[in-house]
Design a protein around this ligand. Structure first.
Ligand SMILES: [Zn+2]
Length: 296
């Protein structure tokens, strides 16, 4: 992709999200990291990276405080790097992709990552969307403008589908997928072992997905937390990617507290790939303990 196109895409995403205009997309190699969850196979699939300057304009308002936290986590302290990943779940009878990455025309490794997992786009039976932002839904529109996953039922909350249809930046994707969409009300199972949990605030219908099989459980928290360093150490900091910032803070604060208490296995699409691990209490805040089950 040309630099002009790259900047245009980044600017469009920033406009949707209301965040720093200096957000850059960085390509990654395709990657798929399978592990077992009961009778399911769960496979984080890599798409891209976002790199933002540490300028106090996206997470919190104090770059010096952010710098300290980034350095303590062993990260460069002049920038904030976010993964952009999806989660593939193979269940008996379904091939489910939760969030689809940036998509054609962007720096997206998603189709290559799915191939590494042995999945072609036409194999996907269900697409589950956490929320309508382009880094989660862009992959549903192919380079030809048509649906990239022609056989899939596309599932998202009714609130989110309403918001997506009103969003001018999402129009091309909405046109590509509208015949496939089946909206739901969160809180009840939508597929065997899959239950969406309402975490409205980041967007009007943002959900997490609880995935469970044979007593084992994983929760895909969507964009409840973006930066594993800043969002976990300081869940009360403003996150300018959030549509409703006070509600975003309240949901993030409550959710990380609960996930640390219940010690649930977590997947976070914007944490460092493969984005699987546990949120653990650390002083007044929390920290990320990455780890894929069964990994040596
Ligand atoms: Zn996102």
């Amino acid at each position: 992709m040309s630099m002009k196109r790259l900047i245009a895409t980044a600017a469009a995403l920033a406009l949707v999200a209301g965040a720093s205009s200096a957000l850059a997309q960085v390509a990654v190699a395709p990657a798929a990291t399978p592990f077992k969850l009961g009778a399911f196979e769960v496979i984080p699939v890599a798409d891209a990276l976002f790199v933002l300057p540490n300028d106090g304009k996206t997470f919190g308002t104090d770059p010096a405080a952010a710098s300290k936290l980034l350095a303590a986590a062993g990260q460069p302290n002049d920038k904030i790097t976010l993964g952009v990943d999806g989660l593939l779940v193979k269940t008996p009878g379904h091939v489910i992709l939760i969030d689809t990455g940036l998509g054609a025309g962007a720096k997206s490794a998603m189709i290559g990552s799915l191939a590494k997992a042995g999945v072609k786009p036409e194999d996907v039976t269900d697409i589950l969307i956490t929320h309508y932002h382009g880094d989660h839904t862009g992959g549903m529109k192919g380079a030809d403008g048509k649906s990239a996953f022609p056989k899939a039922t596309v599932r998202m909350s009714a609130n989110e589908w309403a918001a997506m249809q009103k969003d001018a930046g999402s129009k091309a994707t909405v046109d590509a997928i509208s015949a496939q969409v089946k909206a739901f009300t969160p809180g009840v199972s939508i597929l065997p072992g899959i239950t969406p949990i309402a975490l409205y605030g980041h967007t009007p219908g943002h959900v997490a997905y609880e995935i469970s099989s044979q007593g084992q459980k994983l929760i895909d928290i969507g964009d409840t937390v973006h930066s594993y360093v800043l969002g976990l150490n300081e869940p009360g900091w403003i996150d300018n990617f959030d549509g409703d910032k006070p509600v975003g803070i309240a949901k993030r604060t409550a959710e990380v507290k609960q996930l640390a208490a219940t010690k649930e296995l977590v997947f976070a699409p914007h944490f460092p790939y493969p984005g699987v691990g546990h949120i653990v209490a650390d002083g007044a805040g929390y920290k990320w303990a990455p780890g894929v089950p069964g990994a040596k």
